[in-house]
Write a protein of this length. Sequence first.
Length: 252
Amino acid sequence: MDVYFSYPYTGGDFVPWGAAHLGALWVIALLALGLPALSPRRLPQAGALRRAARLGLAFLLLGNELFWHAWHAHFGLWTVQALLPLNLCNLLVFLSAFALLTRNQLAYEFVYLLGVPAASQVLLTPALGPFGFPHILFFQIFISHGGVVLAALLLTWVEGLRPASWRSVGRVATIALLYATGIFFLNPLLGGNYLFLAYKPPAATLLDWLGPWPWYILSMVGIGLALVVLMYLPFAIRDRRRYQARATRRLS
């Protein structure tokens, strides 16, 4: 059993789109599809169950993230250059847990508008390298990033939260850009590559399609803004239809 927690791991490299990868994605998808069953419309008397799901996912995310840091520290791999909780998905794990525990609107907007596309990218192209199934880090990365997606969907479909308006999009985009700018200037001081702003990760990711440094950074910003807008569009379309329906009723 210890071999599955070990470093280095000799059980085999991660295989992108292999059986284990696809299996993990299916598990996350099935959990997501099951969330609407917990909604007040489906289970009006199941408030305690909804609360247990919300708190359970929050503590799972926090425990999983703390384990990730503890594992690296145990093997002497934890460094300021790489493992401060400054990367987007690390922050989103904590924001997801906070949003689940408090239902804070701003935290939720970050998790939904930014967390779902960011975590989904990692789920599709996880940088696991030598840590294939069933090493513990295989499970850790899918729990953390899958948990961010599930947190956003649970808060939306079960708890009834939603981005308030187009101002939510502007607020999230502005804060994210300011944060990324700060990290860009912090990376040289730390000798790090947080947010992949100093160079691309060595493993194959979607960044490989976005050109060389520094141009891929501009591509990341453009794609990120487009995805945040795309995440809000279902709400914008629904609000527009409701507005038109109310206007039609007033005129009739």
